[in-house]
Design a protein around this ligand. Structure first.
Ligand code: NI
Length: 178
């Protein structure tokens, strides 16, 4: 396994559309494992293949619900649930909630900027897993936000295109990057 270099703006590759994956060979398995390592090393909560200069429809996501929720009802820090890892190939959003929510996003490919972005609260995604098997995933909350951010990357769309406002984070402002 190896770390791959994450490209950043203004690299034009980030603006291109990724191609569907058709070969589920050993080379793809190595790429997926490298992407998981690269995401964890960054650290980030998601990484799309175009961010490592590979224009293929592949993204990895790893997030523990509760990580970004400030407090529970008692006012105590929410205890994060175990991390969930997703590998999605050729993903497609097939259903989305009517409800949309605002949240603050950052991106490993846009260092030093965060912004407020409206996303669907819940989505259903059709994709292939790392072995080429079709899967249907129902996700909501922050994981749904990360999925939408990664699927945008596969279409050359960045959060700054959708943000109502972007700014340089202050020291105390921490947001997961993907
Ligand atoms: Ni990103």
């Amino acid at each position: 396994m190896a770390l791959r270099e994450i490209i950043t703006l203004p690299d034009p590759v980030l603006r291109r559309k990724a191609k569907p994956i058709t070969k589920f060979d050993r080379e793809l398995q190595i790429l997926i494992d490298d992407m998981i390592d690269t995401m964890r090393d960054a650290p980030g909560v998601g990484l799309a293949a175009p961010q490592i200069n590979i224009l293929q429809q592949l993204a990895v996501i790893e997030y523990a619900e509760g990580e970004n929720e400030d407090e529970d009802e008692e006012g105590a820090e929410a205890e994060p649930k175990p991390k969930k890892l997703f590998v999605i190939i050729n993903p497609e959003i097939v259903k989305a909630s009517e409800e949309k929510i605002m949240g603050i996003e950052g991106c490993l490919s846009i260092p030093g900027l965060i912004g407020e972005v409206e996303r669907y609260e819940a989505i259903q995604v059709k994709a292939l897993n790392r072995y080429g098997k079709p899967v249907k995933l129902k996700v909501d909350g922050w994981i749904a936000r990360i999925f939408q951010h990664e699927i945008d990357h596969l279409n050359g769309v960045l959060f700054t295109d959708l943000a109502t406002e972007v700014w340089k984070p202050k020291d105390e402002e921490e947001t997961p990057l993907d």
